[in-house]
Ligand binder design. Structure first.
Ligand SMILES: *Cc1c(COP(=O)(O)O)cnc(C)c1O
Length: 403
């Protein structure tokens, strides 16, 4: 069919006789932009917008309202509000991933010449940022053992020590730190503390209740909960720290997409029920695993007999579904046979989603305070929301493939 551009445009132009403006202009003006919301839904409106239209010229430079769409929509506000409730914190900043929350928290509060003390069991990419970027910015970093006491850690601190960075349980190896005691000792010396609290997701342990300056979470894990969003947050009750975080976010343009914030809020609604199931199933599987002859040791602070159990019982209100297990000494190919036999466990990094995952950990573990003293290979399991009996049967098949 051949039709000239001019005649097709004329046809479209016929649509509205009473609007004298041309088609390009009318399309751009279409829709009720700025009109009040037509329907009231359970979830907040999902508005996408970089530009925010101001009601009049005098509002353009008004300090009391958002003038740009970065982290400024109803959905951001709703998520921040929910996270304040979760973290019992007065201030929350959103980040585009858990790692950007970690690096943002560190960058916001340290300056050239400062020193940061970091637990040796810290999440790998956090260590990479400390050793690379922070060192390049003339911030020195020293690591301390994940079995260190508050006294041990404070004894390391010098006049340049600005921040103590904690993670408890530790990534991959699940050692527990006495966060309340470390926080108290640090406060007495005027040193800030930060906790990567992703395992507890703000629900099982609240760092701010113990005076921790910065509570950091990869919302990507349990809060989002469906392995389909990257999101992070930093919570604080310290107004000075909050100001620095807000400035950092503004200065670096760390803006979260409204769609991701919407998914984060949706996950947050069901966090409590999901985490309970993750925790219960995780303990059932861990308890079974600890009794298998192929397993030397299960690393799970909620199991009685775990070195971190007393701290966990004192400070935590429940368990997450992520833990480790040390297998009896086997070569890499036997461990790979175990993983390849699993049907219900996906082989993938990350955790906190509804589906179970397994990895072996040894190739990625780095330590500054001396090597790990495990007898055999270390595996990590993320226990999802499947029935734990099916997961146990799957693991049994995997263990059979070890030999
Ligand atoms: C996954 C993870 C992060 C980073 O989260 P991303 O959203 O993947 O960047 C940070 N800390 C811990 C402990 C994690 O497990």
């Amino acid at each position: 069919m051949h039709r000239s551009g001019a005649s097709s445009e004329r046809a479209v132009e016929m649509v509205s006789k009473d609007d004298p403006r041309r088609i390009a202009t009318r399309l751009i003006r279409a829709g009720p932009s700025g009109a009040p919301m037509r329907t009231r839904t359970v979830a907040p409106p999902l508005q996408r917008g970089s530009t925010v239209l101001m009601p009049d010229a005098s509002s353009l430079y008004a300090a009391d309202q958002p003038t740009y769409g970065m982290n400024a929509h109803a959905v951001h506000e709703a998520l921040v509000d929910g996270l304040k409730t979760l973290e019992r914190a007065a201030y929350v900043e959103l980040f585009t991933s858990g790692l950007s929350a970690v690096t943002g928290a560190l960058s916001a509060v340290v300056s050239a010449g400062d020193e940061v003390l970091v637990v040796d069991s810290v999440y790998g990419p956090t260590r990479r940022f400390c050793d690379g970027y922070l060192n390049r910015m003339a911030v020195s970093v020293r690591y301390f053992s994940p079995t260190a006491t508050a006294e041990d850690i404070i004894a390391l601190a010098g006049p340049a020590t600005r921040l103590i960075f904690l993670e408890s349980p530790g990534s991959q190896t699940f050692e527990m730190l006495d966060v309340p005691a470390i926080s108290r000792a640090a406060q007495a010396r005027g040193i800030l503390t930060a906790v990567d609290n992703t395992w507890a997701s703000g629900l099982l342990f609240r760092p701010t209740d113990h005076g921790v300056s910065l509570s950091i979470q990869a919302l990507t894990k349990y809060v989002c909960g469906h392995s389909d969003v990257f999101l992070g947050s930093v919570a604080t009750n310290d107004a000075e720290v909050a100001e620095k975080l807000a400035t950092f976010v503004k200065d670096t343009g760390a803006s979260v997409s409204p769609d991701d914030a919407f998914q984060g809020l949706r996950g947050l609604r069901t966090l409590e029920v999901r985490l309970k199931r993750h925790g219960e199933s995780g303990l059932a599987v861990a308890d079974w695993l600890a009794r298998q002859p192929e397993v030397q040791r299960v690393l799970h602070p909620a199991l009685p007999g775990d070195p971190g159990h007393l701290i966990w019982r004192r400070d935590f209100t429940g368990a997450a579904g992520l833990f480790g297990a040390v297998l009896r000494p086997e070569g890499r190919s036997a461990v790979e046979a175990f993983l390849n036999t699993l049907e219900l466990f996906g082989l993938g990094f990350s955790w906190g989603g509804f589906e179970s995952l397994a990895t072996h950990c040894d190739p990625q573990i780095k330590r500054s305070c001396g090597p790990l003293a495990f007898e055999g290979p270390l595996i990590r399991l993320n226990i999802g929301l499947e029935d734990p009996q099916d997961l146990i049967a799957d693991l049994r098949r995997g263990l059979d493939a070890l030999s």
